[in-house]
Design a protein. Structure first.
Length: 649
């Protein structure tokens, strides 16, 4: 019985198949079988296969011919069903594999025994790469996002670039467990990634290796368009099928806006040659056409699949066997979060474990509503305390809180008063006198759900090594246009494809979005070890960003959870403009700490780019919301132009 099975589906590629089979015949590892599945070719493919079998009697070769063309998914499944090897390899009929292809993959399987799949990528032949702009495009698009030439990437997320069936191997276990390619996808577009999505949902691990096969196919505009349209169709199909991973299928006009954004992004990049930049626009356009074809024809999955909860999603980068960085995601469906309400388990003993710190300035009218919600948390009141720090209010806020304390003697509630020094100093003041080992920060103009503490603590219980956990805030009643813009802005900050995931990282080279201190928890010892918030920030602007950068730079992992607090008051145009002005007033202090040369920092081209995108989007689809986006960029640009350094340095 051979140790390895190689499955090659083919359709009308007699000339290319010959080169593919020749590469397999030169393998340094000889204990393998080849399974060729002819998907009803009409160009003499059968003759090429017969000639190859006759010329290589020492090779174990099986051939299957389908009576009707049924697509590459069906062809590969036929090969899988006939394979007997411990590891099943896939490549395409227009690819040429190096002579050590099998050997390199098997070595990777031995080094990573928990990896169900090992794969590399495919690059055009060097001669094609020099002559063909479309091949150079595909080479550039992956090099833009990933270092595919030197790093090994190990994990169980879709972002591990292993799974491309031009250069992929799977342990037989995955097929014995019943996994097969989706035969409903009858074209060669995202079939392999659809299969990988099924496997990653089951919690299996993948390994990407920087080892490539050669793609041996000339490509003109028509072939390029056909590939992109098929990819667009397959991707749209997958987004509908795996509902919890891709909860929103973008409508065409929204995608057109994305096309403009990505085009301008690539146009500014120094990593991409100028002659390739227009091809990005073509690629995004043809991909969008593919989605449009699905919408018109009604092509959709027969069933939808939801992710299994409780599986830690992770990704690790290795270079020369040394771990470089790592990230992790933890699935938490919204339903899983809210099922926590049925759990009556108390956290810890009767002592205070949690200290909730609320900085407040001139919020006499709303502070009582917040305190009511904090006192109604699902955790026992004896396990947490509330510390209100009045930052020099002039409207009687401290008197309102003191009265509330007197009326609620059963609640562990304290009120501290300090001279006005800003929310950073107020939070630090509360942290220094806190009793709890966990610090929760919340703003005075929001209210949490009654399961707010329990949701955060659920994450802390499972991942105690985290540095911080944070969520977001949103407005749900009496929404102004500015509130809608704020809600959408936060959702766009999620660095994962789904809002039902907890995202964690300790990767200091690629920061996740900065904390929202309206909804944040952190260990007290970690907070104090970093000396808290920088009290140089005298206004509510960038003090949370600065702290989040320091926390991640210290190597702590951070989790972003799909948990929101609700803003009490709506945002007016005056509030909108004021918030932007304050942010830009204090930006120089942030840049002086985290930019190597802050004097050289110039965001105007970036702001102008976003302003252009939003203006074009508004012209394509005029709406009040698009107008707010344009106004935001115009206001950002205005204050950038006239901002100064508030520190006087």
């Amino acid at each position: 019985m051979p140790k390895v099975s190689v499955v090659i589906p083919t359709f009308n590629r007699a000339d290319k198949l010959r080169d593919c089979l020749h590469g397999l015949s030169q393998q340094s590892m000889r204990d393998f079988e080849i399974i060729i599945v002819d998907d009803a070719s009409t160009d003499g493919t059968s003759e090429v296969v017969s000639a190859f079998v006759a010329a290589h009697p020492a090779l174990r070769i099986s051939t299957v011919r389908l009576e009707k063309n049924r697509g590459c998914a069906t062809a590969r499944n036929e090969g899988i069903n006939r394979a007997v090897g411990e590891v099943v390899f896939f490549t395409d009929d227009d690819c040429v594999v190096p002579s050590n292809w099998l050997e390199v993959h098997m070595d990777a399987h031995a080094r990573y025994p928990d990896a169900i799949g090992v794969g590399g990528w495919y690059w055009p032949h060097p001669e094609l790469l020099q002559k063909n702009v479309y091949h150079r495009f595909f080479r550039a698009v992956f090099a833009y996002y990933l270092d595919l030439d030197t790093e090994e990437i190990y994990g169980n997320t879709m972002s591990v670039p292993s799974g491309n069936t031009a250069n992929q191997s799977y342990k037989r276990k995955v097929f014995d467990d019943g996994f097969r390619l989706d035969q409903h996808i009858h074209f060669s577009g995202n079939v392999d990634w659809d299969f990988k999505q099924q496997v990653t949902y089951a919690g299996f691990n993948f390994l990407y290796i920087p080892f490539h096969v050669f793609h041996n196919r000339p490509m003109g505009l028509w072939e390029f368009a056909r590939i992109c349209i098929r990819r667009g169709r397959g991707r749209h199909y997958r987004y509908q099928k795996f509902v919890s991973a891709y909860p929103v299928v973008l409508e065409p006009l929204v995608t057109l806006r994305g096309i403009l954004q990505s085009y301008l992004q690539y146009a500014r990049s120094k990593k991409i040659a100028r002659d390739i930049v227009p091809i990005f626009l073509l690629y995004d356009f043809f991909t969008w056409v593919g989605k449009l074809v699905n919408l018109i024809t009604g092509f959709a999955p027969k069933q939808k699949i939801a992710a299994q909860g409780g599986i830690v999603r992770f990704r690790k980068w290795y270079k020369n066997g040394v771990l470089q960085r790592e990230e992790a995601w933890v699935p938490y469906l919204f339903t899983d979060f809210y099922h926590l309400r049925s759990s009556e388990q108390e956290i810890g003993d009767d002592s205070v474990r949690i200290s909730i710190i609320v900085p407040v300035f001139n919020r006499a009218a709303t502070i009582v509503l917040l305190l009511d919600y904090l006192c109604r948390q699902s955790l026992p009141q004896k396990t947490y305390e509330v510390i209100v720090v009045d930052d020099g209010s002039t409207d009687g806020t401290s008197d309102v809180v003191a009265k509330y304390v007197g009326e609620h003697s059963d609640v562990q509630l304290r009120c501290l008063v300090q001279a006005n020094a800003g929310p950073a100093a107020a939070r630090n003041h509360g942290a220094r006198i806190a009793k709890g080992e966990m610090l929760f920060f919340i703003d005075s103009d929001v209210v949490p759900g009654v399961y707010w503490l329990r949701m955060h603590m659920k994450v802390w219980e499972q991942f105690p090594a985290l540095g911080a956990v944070y969520g977001g805030q949103r407005v749900v009643k009496n929404l102004t246009l500015f509130d809608q813009h704020r809600n959408a802005t936060f959702h766009n900050r999620f660095p994962v494809s789904s809002p039902d995931l907890v995202y964690m990282t300790n990767n200091t080279t690629r920061r996740i979005p900065a904390f929202d201190t309206a909804n944040m928890s952190i260990k007290r010892e970690v907070f104090l070890s970093l000396e808290g918030f920088d009290e140089g920030f005298k206004r509510p602007a960038h003090e949370d960003v600065e702290f989040s950068y320091r926390l991640q730079a210290a190597g702590f992992a951070v989790a972003l959870v799909p948990n929101f607090v609700t803003a009490i008051r709506s945002q007016s145009m005056r509030d909108f403009v004021h918030a932007i002005r304050v942010r830009h007033q204090w930006k120089p202090l942030l840049l002086s700490k985290f930019c190597a040369r802050p004097d050289d920092y110039d965001k105007k081209p970036l702001t102008l780019r976003y302003l252009l995108v939003h203006c074009l989007s508004f012209l394509m689809r005029p709406s009040k919301f698009a107008w707010v986006a344009v106004m935001n960029e115009m206001t950002e640009f205005y204050f950038e132009k006239r901002s100064g350094n508030p520190t006087g340095k």
